[in-house]
Design a protein around this ligand. Structure first.
Ligand SMILES: N[C@@H](CCC(=O)N[C@@H](CS)C(=O)NCC(=O)O)C(=O)O
Length: 249
């Protein structure tokens, strides 16, 4: 029998849902082995392990695959209860789950769609982002073929100016709602850091790219990404996202 590889994370370097799980693992001091995947060429690898779905992150531990970032975090919490990401009281736990569901189902997809709309305007830059932290023949080839994948990606993800406009409205709403909710204590639920804060800050990180994020934006930045960053600068949620990363990431 081979050596137990421990916790293995199949992931995209750049994705905010993946950042969420990396953060939870690091926060709990759980070492991981990364299996970085390239968007567009990931589906077979993920589906084989998940039993169907192709989304990342996917975690493998003890021969078992755990899919969906929220389920992965619950699994990690059970595996290593401290430091805790969930409060003890059932009502507070339910409140954490309500925030997570909203972030995962509405905010995360809106941030991705609006950002991709800008990113795909410069395919060469997008390909550099998607191959962040990787060197070698495969990423180099990927950068060559990526521009040809752009129309397929736009179609698969239904990305166009109208959809991006709707997504920006959802982001504006999220900014408003989160900044109001954290006003009293600095946290979304109660007065301490929970999985709700970790999820919210992760899914909003692409508005700010805080320095604690593992994969900084490649430089020089594309004009579209500069405009994207300028758009969210000084929005009322910025100090909270940056603080969560600075204190807990
Ligand atoms: N609800 C899922 C969403 C994950 C997700 O949308 N992942 C995207 C990257 S941001 C992905 O892997 N997409 C590839 C695909 O759908 O095949 C979760 O929380 O894990």
């Amino acid at each position: 029998m081979g050596k137990d590889p421990g916790i293995v994370l199949y992931q995209f370097a750049f994705s905010h849902y993946n950042e969420k799980v990396r953060w939870a693992l690091d926060y709990k001091g759980l070492p991981r082995q990364d299996r970085p995947l390239l968007p567009g060429f990931h589906a077979r690898t993920v589906a084989k392990r998940s039993g169907g779905p192709t989304t990342t992150p996917l975690l493998e531990v003890g021969g078992r695959a755990v899919h969906e970032s929220a389920d992965i975090i619950r699994d990690l919490e059970a595996r290593k209860p401290t430091p805790a990401l969930y409060p003890e009281e059932p009502e507070a736990r339910a409140e954490v789950d309500r925030w997570i569901e909203w972030f995962d189902d509405e905010v995360g997809p809106a941030v991705r769609l609006a950002l991709f709309h800008e990113l795909l305007a410069d395919a060469a830059y997008a390909a550099r982002i998607f191959t962040s932290g990787r060197s070698g023949v495969k990423p180099a080839l990927y950068r060559r073929v990526f521009p040809m994948l752009v129309p397929m990606l736009r179609k698969k993800m239904s990305i166009d100016e109208v959809a991006a406009g709707h997504a920006r409205v959802t982001i504006d709403d999220a900014i408003e709602r989160v900044s109001r909710a954290v006003q009293a204590t600095g946290y979304l639920v109660g007065d301490r850091f929970t999985a709700a804060d970790l999820t919210g800050a992760s899914l909003l990180f692409p508005l700010y790219f805080p320095p604690e994020h593992e994969f900084p934006l490649p430089t020089p930045r594309s004009p579209a990404i500069e405009a994207w960053l300028a758009r969210w600068q000084n929005a009322p949620v910025e100090p909270w996202v940056r603080e969560m990363f600075a204190k807990y990431r």
